[in-house]
Ligand binder design. Sequence first.
Ligand code: SAM
Length: 285
Amino acid sequence: MATLGIPSNTIAVLQKYGFNFQKKYGQNFLIDPHVLEKIIHASEIGEDDCVLEIGPGIGTMTQYLAENAKKVIAVEIDDHLIPILKDTLSAYDNITVIHDDILKVDVQKLCDTYNEGNPIKVVANLPYYITTPIIMGLFESHVPLSSITIMVQKEVADRMQVGPGTKDYGALSLAVQYYAKPEIVANVPPNCFIPRPNVGSAVIRLTRYEKPPVETEDEKRMFGIIRAAFNQRRKTLVNALSNAGIYNITKEKTVQALNEMGLSPAIRGEALTLEQFAELSDRLG
Ligand code: SAM
């Protein structure tokens, strides 16, 4: 099977199988070898690595991953792609394709089955409609992961990197920065995909921290508070938390905690750093 990623080879496979792109699955296949090489390089995959690829499509990046890694597990939801993958990946004996929805897969079990419970690396050109649940699911489930290198919408990559005081700062920024060090590796224009997405894309690498950069008594409570703060981001933090009705947090308790932290009772959640959210969560505990 010819190397995919070269536009003419990809088009030949799509024609051979009469493949119709499904918008509902966020299908935009990569057709730029240069971008594929950049992703592989950024993910630092070596011959001892076990890689989880989310959404292999017709197997374009899967081929590159299989050339570099010990083992590749590729999870694909679309029935029509399964026979195509069998064909395009037939030359490799280190790939397992799993036909399932990544949001329903037990990733811990995959690590145990294919990598003796050791950390795996995630590499993917993600379906953009479920970027946030995929990333949050991977982090919050605490499965052993050393890094996640993913293609996402440019705006989402920016959101993962920014700090307080910017319009893109939100719950996703804080969650990503609690678990990992984010670095944008490349900006990728729409013409690197077939069909072309109507947004710009970026490759971002998230390197998992061994220990989070801040300490908090109760991670779940801190993220509950963060989500409540950004669900009503135009409201003051005091109002947003009391409206959310979580953890018996009253306006009085929040005002007192902010006061002890030297912060104004009129402050909004979007002005707080991760460290301040951790402290606030502990004070409200
Ligand atoms: N990796 C391929 C590439 O780079 O050319 C395809 C990437 S495409 C942006 C996203 C892929 O994810 C598609 O193949 C799509 O069918 C698959 N997908 C969408 N939702 C999924 C889900 N919930 N679980 C697993 N795969 C999914």
